[in-house]
Design a protein around this ligand. Sequence first.
Ligand code: ADP
Ligand code: TYD
Length: 210
Amino acid sequence: MSLFITFEGIDGSGKSTQARLLAASLDARLTREPGGSPGAEEIRRLLVQGDAARWSAETEILLFTAARRDHLERTILPALRAGEVVVCDRFADSTRVYQGTRGTDGAGLRAKVDMLHAAMIGIEPDLTFIIDTDPATALARGQARGGAEDRFESLGLAFQQALRTGFLALAADHPDRLCVIDGNRPPEVIAQEVAQRARAALSGGSDGRT
Ligand code: ADP
Ligand code: TYD
C-alpha cells in the first residue's frame, strides 16, 4: 500500500534522523527536499549555500517549487504509483513556514505559496510529523554540523523561534494530517512513537494512488 509521509521541523530538530529511522523500519523509499532528484539537487545548491540575502522570499518560493515539481515527477509519484511508502525529509510545509516567515509580507506570501502549490504540485502528504525541538538546542546542533549548507541557520535564534511558532500554528490548522512529536528526547524514544503512529496510518490509511 502506498503512503506519503513527510517530516518537518526547524533546522537541527532531528527530523533527518527520524526520517532515516522510519524509512529503515518500514523498508520505505527515503528522499529529501530541497532535492530528491538530480535536477532538484542542482537547485538545492542554489538555495542552501551563500549569503542569506542572496534571494528574496519570493524568488525562494519559485526555486523551492521548481525543485519540488521535478522531485514529484521523477521520484515521489513513480514510487507511490508503484505502491511504495515514501518518506520525505521536508516538503511543502517547509515552504509555507520558512518563506511565510522570511518575507515582510507574511500573510500575502503564504497566499502565494498556496497558489503555486495548487497550480504546480497539487498533492499533500498522507501524514506529516513535526519534530518539535527547543530552538536553541536545535540551532546549536545544526551549527555543530558545520559545512556550507548554513544559509537559513545563519538567520539566527529569533528566526528559528518564529519558525517553531509557524510549524505549531500549521499543525493546529491541520490536526488530521500534521502530528507534533516532542523532539527533546533521545532519538530511539522519538522513533518508537513515530513508528507506532506511521504503522497505524498504514493499517487504516489510503491505498491505490494512481
Ligand atoms: P535535522 O535534519 O532536523 O537538521 P538531524 O537529524 O540531522 O536534524 O540532527 C542534527 C544533529 O543532532 C545530528 O548530529 C544528530 O545526530 C543529532 N540528533 C538528532 N536527533 C537527536 C536527538 N533526539 N537528541 C540528540 N541529538 C540528536
Ligand atoms: P535541510 O537540508 O532539511 O536543512 P536542515 O537539515 O538544516 O534542517 O533544508 C535546507 C534548508 O532549506 C533549511 O534551512 C530549510 C530550508 N527550506 C526552506 O526554506 N523552504 C523549503 O521549502 C524547504 C524544503 C527547505
